[in-house]
Design a protein around this ligand. Structure first.
Ligand SMILES: [Zn+2]
Length: 432
């Protein structure tokens, strides 16, 4: 799957015009006459206006209903056959308020965040297109990896406009950028004016950058801390899980309450920047580590975030603890008490996102009890076997969409026996 995109962002009108070429292959086992594209940016209906879809010179019939864009193909596409389409559309970027958890797609007075703003081909699984319904409280996307080549023009921008993007970003003349990103689950950007910027390079050449919102001394110290934590996390997780999935990672301070992971770019909430008081025992430390861990558990190893959200979230949450183990060992007891136990978490770890009415209940069951379960599985197996298992998961899942079954299948028969009691205590379906 490969996308070549030309986008013009009008910062005065908060409007983006896009020409997107999609090169795709029929990955299903069936001949296709119709293609389903997932248009996450039309979650708020009316945000996306599709002007045309063409194959070469041939206009194609299409319908956009909510987040689903169905395109009638000009010929039957046999399994493994490839085709090329061009979409022309306009995106009216919605405003977001500072308490809006969906601020990763929208604009505030400080930034325009473009997470999941470009249509992608829906993945195919179990004989159908996989498009999960949305909920207010969890992520739901399940996406194949793709290569992206994106050209961005920014119009009506202030002089100090900054484009924070993943991958290889080249600033050309007059508000033009070129961005290349390979093997990514998504393509995201953040555009801001007056972003503070700092960067560092790891020993293996991986680049880390932080874009933050505020230039007050406290805020700059928080940004420096974020960069330090991101660096420590990358090094720790690379040592435990295997190679860093991307050559460059960008952390953006989000003007909204949540953290959010994308391929090569993550948001960490301004709430955690502003509440940081110089103490490592803070959400700024934990959420930064958490979002960095998602580069392995989401960016590289894909999963169904709606049906099996624990696969990436429990691992990302437990990764917070793994960073503390190596870098801040005095904080281990604090982490269990402050991050987990004080919420007295209940619920099955393998719940789906649709089972919960309240965000706290979802976090408790999937993230917090998920971390407890992983910690107990580690006791059951011993460190060598446990981390060997995670490394196999990272290696075999890289670039794929994996399931719970895949995860458990990486345990040997004796390891399954050793972990059965723990799995029974935490899971509705304890697996094999
Ligand atoms: Zn997460």
């Amino acid at each position: 799957m490969r996308h070549v995109v030309h986008a013009t962002i009008d910062l005065a009108q908060q409007e983006i015009t896009v020409l997107q070429d999609l090169h795709f292959r029929n990955l299903s086992a069936l001949p296709l006459t119709e293609l389903l594209l997932l248009v996450e940016a039309n979650r708020k209906e009316g945000s996306v206006t599709v002007q045309r879809v063409v194959a070469g010179d041939t206009p194609l019939r299409f319908t956009l209903e909510g987040r689903k864009l169905s395109v009638r193909l000009p010929r039957v596409l046999q399994p493994e056959d490839a085709m090329e389409l061009t979409l022309a559309f306009r995106l009216d970027v919605p405003p977001f308020e500072t308490d809006d958890f969906l601020g990763w797609l929208g604009y505030s007075q400080y930034q325009m965040n473009l997470g999941n703003w470009l249509p992608v081909v829906a993945p195919w699984g179990g004989g159908q297109w996989l498009v999960n319904e949305t909920t207010a409280l969890g992520e739901h996307s399940v996406q194949d990896t793709a290569d992206w080549q994106v050209y961005v023009d920014i119009e009506n921008a202030p002089d100090d406009v900054v484009l924070a993007g993943p991958g290889q970003v080249t600033e050309m003349e007059n508000g033009r950028w070129q961005i290349e990103l390979q093997a990514a689950r998504d393509f995201s950007l953040s555009v801001g004016s007056g972003y503070q910027h700092r960067a560092t390079e790891l020993a293996d050449g991986t680049i880390l950058e932080v874009y933050s919102l505020n230039d007050a001394p406290d805020a700059l110290a928080a940004a420096a801390w974020t960069l330090d934590v991101a660096r420590r996390s990358m090094e720790r997780f690379a040592a435990l899980f295997g190679p860093i999935p991307f050559e460059r990672l960008v952390v953006v301070e989000g003007d909204f309450p949540d953290g959010m992971e994308f391929s090569g770019l993550v948001f960490v909430s301004r709430d955690w920047f502003e509440s940081w008081e110089g103490n490592p025992a803070s959400y700024l430390t934990l959420i930064t580590a958490h979002e960095v861990a998602h580069q392995w558990w989401y960016g590289s190893v894909g999963s169904d975030q709606a049906r099996e959200p624990w696969l990436d979230e429990a691992l990302a949450t437990y990764s917070e603890y793994l960073l503390l183990e190596s870098d801040f060992p005095d904080l281990l007891d604090w982490w269990w008490e402050w991050r987990v136990d004080r919420f007295a978490p209940g619920g099955h770890v393998d719940s789906d996102i649709y089972e919960f009415a309240r965000r706290r209940d979802y976090i408790n069951a999937v993230y917090l009890r998920g971390a407890r379960m992983l910690h107990e599985l580690r006791q059951d197996l011993g460190d060598d076997a446990f981390f060997g298992w995670l490394r196999r998961h990272a290696e075999q899942g890289a670039g794929n969409i994996v399931t719970e079954e895949d995860f458990w299948s990486l345990l040997s028969e004796s390891q399954r026996a050793a972990t059965l009691e723990t799995r029974r205590r935490y899971l509705r379906d304890p697996g094999p």
